[in-house]
Design a protein around this ligand. Structure first.
Ligand SMILES: Cc1ncc(COP(=O)(O)O)c(C=O)c1O
Length: 396
């Protein structure tokens, strides 16, 4: 249901939300919904978080925007905070995930040219999702989103997700690789995790061949998986990390963090943005980082994530038709043996918002502040619906 004056880019669900509070959204009729989508991993602190609301209101009355032609105090403050939580050296602020990935791809190309590569390539993966701009759409491993938009952008080499041997083969056969861009857990692709040792092996490979190790943490960043960034589960440092989504809790902001040589690549004139890192967006993000960087908060997200996963496993783990329950923290997927898009409307009728991705994967991305009681409610509403779907004829 899209109004004729809006471009027809989304098959929208027939519901309009007018208010949100914590993990709940309310529609025009006042019906309440438990939000296990969070605007696709955006509302990390839930809806109408008091500290974020207060910061936005205060900042709106003080200063919305100047320009990156000048020093922006809150931008510097936020960059310092991200440096402290990540160990990365510096940050470029933009407005979205796709924009952040564009900047990462540009960094890899600069790095490649510095090394004397004429046509530098970035290695990307099957089933990946990096955005909808021309380069990030090309980088994404989903043919459906590319069809009709050819010519695609040159300079990408694709490998199976998580396959380190495929990368070693690429290294043997090509001297034009400048970097690798990978999601630590694929979100849109179906909540697919990398093998446990992949990032450590990728680090070694990148060091050996002088490739930039670039992580798309647009969805996994900002504590979604129980560490501030998902790479922090692995113990290795990447060269570039891109994040967005949860960083502003709904105020558009993205960030490209760089470490080591990658942090020196951009020089004045190489890259820019009008809005990126403006005072309003930074004021919101500062409040988000203040909450999410706290060790007690990260522990709570990790343990509540384990609780949610174990409750789902208890209810669904042995059920024929449930292929796998996977993911980390508050980024979980339940893969069924059949397409299950109808679950979205069935859950919505019962006051629960969920997402289905890759046709057969129920994706749960609740606000990171969700309580155990709210998790019980989520599981109590969702699991009977999945059981009902699986009891119907038409197994794959
Ligand atoms: C891993 C990943 N990268 C990039 C993007 C694109 O982000 P945006 O929609 O903010 O451009 C997304 C969005 O879903 C994503 O999940």
């Amino acid at each position: 249901m899209t109004a004729p004056t809006l471009m027809n880019t989304y098959g929208r669900q027939p519901v309009t939300f007018v208010r949100g509070e914590g993990v709940r959204l309310f529609d025009e009729q006042g019906k309440s919904y438990l939000d296990a989508v969070s605007g696709i991993a955006v509302n990390a602190l839930g809806h109408s978080h008091p500290a974020v609301t207060e910061a936005i209101q205060r900042q709106a009355g003080e200063l919305l925007h100047t320009s990156n032609l000048y020093n922006v105090k809150l931008q510097q403050e936020l960059a310092d905070m991200l440096h402290d939580v990540s160990g990365m050296d510096n940050t470029f602020f933009c407005n979205s995930g796709a924009e952040g990935n564009e900047a990462a791809i540009k960094l890899a190309r600069l790095h490649g040219h510095r090394r004397g590569i004429e046509l530098p390539h970035v290695v990307v993966f099957e089933q990946s999702f990096h955005g909808r701009t021309l380069a990030t759409m090309t980088a994404s491993g989903n043919r459906k989103i590319q069809v009709g938009f050819e010519p695609l952008v040159r300079g990408f080499t694709r490998a199976p997700y998580g396959d380190i041997e495929a990368l070693e083969t690429i290294a043997k056969n090509s001297d034009s690789v400048a970097g690798v861009l990978v999601e630590p857990i694929q979100g849109e692709g179906g909540v697919n995790a990398l093998p446990e040792d992949f990032l450590a092996k990728l680090r070694e490979l990148c060091d050996k061949h002088n490739w930039l190790m670039m992580l798309d943490e647009v969805q996994t960043g900002n504590a979604r998986t129980g560490k501030y960034f998902a790479y922090q589960h692995s113990g290795v440092m990447p060269d570039v990390v891109v994040t967005a989504k949860g960083l502003g809790n709904g105020v558009p902001i993205g960030a490209v963090l760089a470490h080591g040589e990658a942090a020196e690549l951009f020089q004045p004139g190489n890259h820019g943005t009008t809005f990126g890192g403006n005072p309003l967006a930074c004021a919101a993000a500062i409040e988000v980082v203040k909450v999410l960087r706290e060790p007690a908060m990260l522990d709570q997200i990790a343990s509540n994530g384990l609780y949610l996963k174990s409750e789902l496993e208890k209810q669904l783990g042995e059920l024929p038709g449930v292929n796998e329950i996977r993911g980390k923290g508050m980024m979980l997927g339940i893969e069924l043996d059949r397409p299950c898009a109808e679950l979205v409307a069935q859950a919505r009728d019962k006051g629960l918002l969920i997402n289905v991705t890759a046709e057969r994967v129920v994706r749960l991305l609740p606000p990171l502040i969700i309580s155990r009681e709210e998790i019980d409610e989520l599981v109590g509403t969702l699991c009977p619906l999945i059981r009902q779907t699986l009891s119907q004829a038409g197994a794959a």
